[in-house]
Design a protein. Structure first.
Length: 539
């Protein structure tokens, strides 16, 4: 028989009958090893994310020994997440399941053999009935190709879905990492604001000592300082929870969060203009893997329609039948035996000559040694069995398959519509964050900081009251926080835009499209030709 060795090649053992040899040639060499398909999924994920998943390596059970000075980069987080994320590893098993279904679809149905023995009531020869050779279903000849086509499409869909899951995971890691960078920078900013308020408290105390400020003015500054301390606590817990979320995505939920992200550069991303809406939608239609999976779902539904039609064909089986007819005990020999014995006794009583008695006993001996005559009839011949599709020719399942095709087609169109909406929404949010960050950094923040310094000097010189100084101070704190939020939104919406288009953005092409098709912005500077990734530009 044929069997598969460890290398996946077929080797020949003992010789098989011709009927079983056909089955082996068709399905015996099908491989249950799904590693090649997982490799295809890994390569597809690498094309979309820029990182090759290490899916053949075991995931890390022992977390790294991080310290407070350890720096976790985005690249390290992506590599560890693609290798260790348990949900993603679980999705890979669907590829093995689909590959097993493909192997099963190519297997012939097992042959059927039967054997029946019936014993006659009066004794004698029993009846035997059997298939001399196993019955084989012939509909496998036209069903197996259709089943394999369906299973092949299902396997391709599983490969694409696994790669899509990797793309989604990479986008989630980038989003959470940007949140961590924002929280870390917010923590530094709140501390700087605390220092700013502390300076104002020192100024007020000095004026109070000189009799130029009241205790109420000092209390206002102290209350503002306490509120900033409360804000600092909220930022710290937000930073901790974001780190824990990233560790879960990296498959290390129990690892220590005693590490730092790469420092956030607030000017990162401001020199890159987003692509045009038309170009982004085109990229999404070409490279989004969830759309590819939806296309394979349509292909699966189309092939199921053909399979349903073939399943309506009549079932046909072919084999050879063998039968031996029953026979009871033969009475003719017994009667001849008794007749010869009676003739011999009569000759002895009548005193006939020795020759007559001897002749009768000789006949008796011949009958005794002759035994009963058994006429055995063996019947052997081909047998053909076919279903008559009078009532059920699979018309209901064929109609169901046709409706499923309509459903999958509509679902693909709905997925395409959703993809377009996601691209347009992510692009709009990115542009808004990009313009706001540039406006705050280049125009609003410099004026606010200049006004704060003027207010401070005026308050020290007694030219203005405390309200103006505290208001300028509040404006500075709020403006710096808003700028940091928009910088965070740039990174978050960049990750979302990459997910919406199905992978990494073609940076050079994006800049070219943006310079010719992007809406004009009065507050935005001209494109510089540089196209850095906001995350890659971090110091």
């Amino acid at each position: 028989m044929h069997r598969r060795n460890d290398s996946g090649t077929c080797v020949r053992g003992m010789r098989l009958p011709a009927t079983l040899l056909v089955a082996v040639l068709l399905a015996g060499c099908a491989s249950l090893d799904s590693r090649s398909w997982i490799t295809d999924a890994a390569k597809l994920a690498e094309q979309q994310t820029g990182h090759e998943p290490e899916w053949y390596a075991p995931w890390d059970d022992k977390p790294p020994a991080w310290s407070d000075e350890s720096v976790l980069t985005l690249e390290q987080a992506l590599v560890m997440a693609l290798r260790n994320n348990r949900e993603l590893r679980g999705d890979l098993s669907q590829i093995g399941q689909a590959n097993a279904d493909l192997v099963q679809a190519g297997l012939l149905s097992n042959p059927v053999i039967n054997f029946m023995v019936m014993f006659p009531s009066g004794g004698g020869r029993s009846m035997l009935r059997s298939n001399a050779l196993p019955m084989q279903q012939l509909q496998d000849l036209w069903l197996i190709p259709a089943r394999k086509e369906v299973a092949q499409a299902e396997l391709q869909k599983a490969v694409v879905r696994a790669a899509q899951r990797a793309v989604e995971l990479a986008a989630a890691v980038k989003r959470v990492y940007a949140e961590i960078q924002f929280a870390e920078r917010s923590h530094e900013l709140v501390r700087a604001n605390l220092e700013l308020v502390s300076q104002s408290m020192d100024i007020i105390r000095a004026r109070q000592s000189a009799g130029k400020a009241s205790q109420a003015e000092f209390n206002l500054a102290r209350i503002r300082h306490q509120r900033l301390r409360s804000e600092l606590l909220s930022v710290e817990i937000g930073l901790t929870t974001s780190k824990q979320e990233l560790l879960q995505l990296m498959g290390m939920a129990s690892a220590s969060d005693a590490w730092k992200p790469k420092a956030l550069d607030e000017s990162a991303g401001l020199v890159w203009d987003p692509p045009s809406e038309f170009a982004a939608v085109e990229w999404a239609a070409e490279q989004r893997l969830d759309l590819k999976a939806a296309e394979w779902s349509v292909v699966v539904a189309e092939r199921r329609v053909g399979l349903a039609h073939r399943e309506g064909w009549p079932e046909v089986s072919l084999g050879f039948s063998f039968e031996r007819s029953p026979a009871g005990k033969s009475p003719g020999v017994r009667r001849r035996f008794l007749g010869a014995e009676g003739a011999a006794r009569a000759a002895d009583i009548a005193g006939d000559k020795v020759s007559a008695a001897d002749e009768a006993r000789g006949a008796l001996g011949r009958l005794a040694t002759q035994g009963p005559r058994r006429e055995v009839k063996w019947v052997l011949g081909p047998m053909f069995e076919m279903e008559l599709p009078i009532f059920d020719w699979n018309q209901a399942q064929s109609a169901r398959a046709a409706h499923e095709l309509e459903q999958r087609t509509a679902e693909y169109e709905a997925a395409l519509q959703s993809a377009i909406l996601e691209v347009r929404r992510a692009l709009a949010r990115y542009r808004e964050a990009h313009r706001q960050a540039r406006l705050f950094r280049e125009s609003i923040l410099p004026e606010v900081m200049q006004n704060l310094e003027l207010s401070r000097q005026a308050y020290i010189g007694g030219q203005t009251d405390l309200t103006i100084y505290l208001q300028a101070q509040e404006d500075a704190i709020t403006t710096r926080s808003r700028l940091l939020e928009y910088v965070r939104d740039i990174s978050v919406n960049t990750a979302e835009l990459e997910r919406a288009v199905g992978g990494s953005l073609p940076r050079a092409t994006a800049t070219s499209q943006a310079s010719t098709s992007a809406p004009a912005d009065a507050d935005a500077s001209e494109p510089t030709g540089e196209t850095p990734n906001p995350q890659e530009s971090l110091p």
